[in-house]
Write a protein that binds this ligand. Structure first.
Ligand code: SF4
Length: 358
């Protein structure tokens, strides 16, 4: 019985490759599906930008992290990565081709993409997919080095979206919850990208009111000074939002959207520097969505493939290996990986599926 379940998991491309921070580390490989989940694979939100998520891992523990990533996570039940970058790039390429427009592949995730050891290969594999024109990657910058930046440039990377929330070294360590975080090093790497490579730099500080109000202004001025925004806008300020499973730092206040936009306008007026952009200015537009095989209310047979990325969830796949489905399983303890279950889809937004067992 145990062997049969194990064989079913391996046939579906799911393997546990040890543990990280006390949690199982799950590798997905061919023929595992790479759509349907928020935490791994490809997400098509109906625009010409596809999100490509190779890993859930992140070595930082940012005080405001909306996805509770890193060593100090309280909600994570397992971590995931895609073993073969080409398999992920092929999924993204297939989706891009179906959309019929030029697509940007934005490598992001519920972790930091630089925790993915095969990031350079992922960039070059994405670049070689017909239909994918630009490749960008998001990061907090902790892994950036000249050598890595040069390798990414050779692989065809177009842009780095760098979240840098303060230029103050001590505050940066506090905000990232990471004693070894070196914002000076990140700053030097960013300046190298902006001044000495063909890669564009887009700086995206998270504004956490009460924690980094003045720092955000300094970051904006620095970004403009070093020449961020060669082809895309130089800076976007991100709003701090509290999330159900996100971290909520002491002393932080959440702004409403109206207040946020009002304060951005004021910041723009005071500094003479723009920090908010329209979709058109970003080159972003609506684009046909990939046809989705499941709908809210559909009943479907699933194979439980792994623990969920957060507690109380399980990761399942459809029996034809077309989609990942996150199973909310109140009685989930009884459902072990390798088990089959009938379920009803309860949410299908942007092709991200939640289900409950029948
Ligand atoms: S905010 Fe980003 S860099 Fe910071 S812990 Fe979360 S995923 Fe990692």
């Amino acid at each position: 019985m145990v062997e049969a379940r194990q064989a079913a998991l391996e046939a579906a491309g799911f393997r546990v490759r040890g543990r990280v921070w006390g949690r199982p580390l799950v590798a997905l490989s061919r023929p595992a599906p790479l759509m349907g989940a928020v935490f791994i694979g490809v997400i098509d939100r109906g625009t010409n930008v596809l999100q490509v998520r190779p890993t859930t891992l992140c070595p930082l523990s940012c005080a405001f992290c909306s996805v509770d990533a890193g060593p100090r996570s309280r909600w994570r039940a397992a971590e995931f990565y895609v073993e073969d970058p080409l398999w992920l790039a092929e999924w993204a390429g297939r989706v891009a081709a179906a959309k019929g427009v030029w697509v940007e592949a934005l490598i992001d995730g519920v972790g930091d993409p630089f925790a993915y050891p095969r990031l350079v290969e992922l960039v070059s594999s994405l670049k070689s997919q017909p239909g994918i024109r630009w490749v960008a990657v998001e990061t907090h910058g902790w892994a950036l080095s000249r050598r890595l930046i040069e390798r990414l440039e050779e692989a065809g990377l177009d842009r780095v979206n760098l979240s840098i929330d303060t230029l103050d070294p001590e505050k940066a360590r506090r905000l990232t919850g990471t004693p070894w975080f070196d914002v000076e090093r990140v700053r030097r790497a960013a300046e190298y990208i902006a001044r000495e490579t063909g890669i564009d730099l887009h700086v995206t500080p998270v504004w956490v009111p009460g924690l980094n109000d003045e720092d955000v202004v300094e970051v904006v001025e620095w970004a403009y000074r070093i020449g961020a925004g060669k082809r895309w806008p130089p800076v976007t300020i991100q709003k701090y939002n509290r999330h159900r499973y996100g971290r909520k730092p002491r002393g932080a206040r959440e702004m409403g959207w109206r207040e946020f936009w009002r304060r951005l306008k004021r910041l723009e007026a005071e500094t003479g520097l723009r920090v908010a952009w329209s979709m058109e200015e970003w080159g972003m537009k609506r684009a046909p969505r990939t046809p989705e095989p499941l709908r809210r209310g559909s009943r479907v047979g699933l194979l439980v493939a792994a623990p969920g990325w957060i507690r109380g969830h399980l990761t399942a796949v459809t029996l034809d290996l077309e989609r990942i489905v996150t199973l909310r399983a109140p009685g989930g303890a009884a459902l072990e990986p390798g088990a089959r279950v009938r379920a009803r889809i309860t949410a299908d937004r942007d092709g991200i599926y939640l289900a409950e067992p029948l």
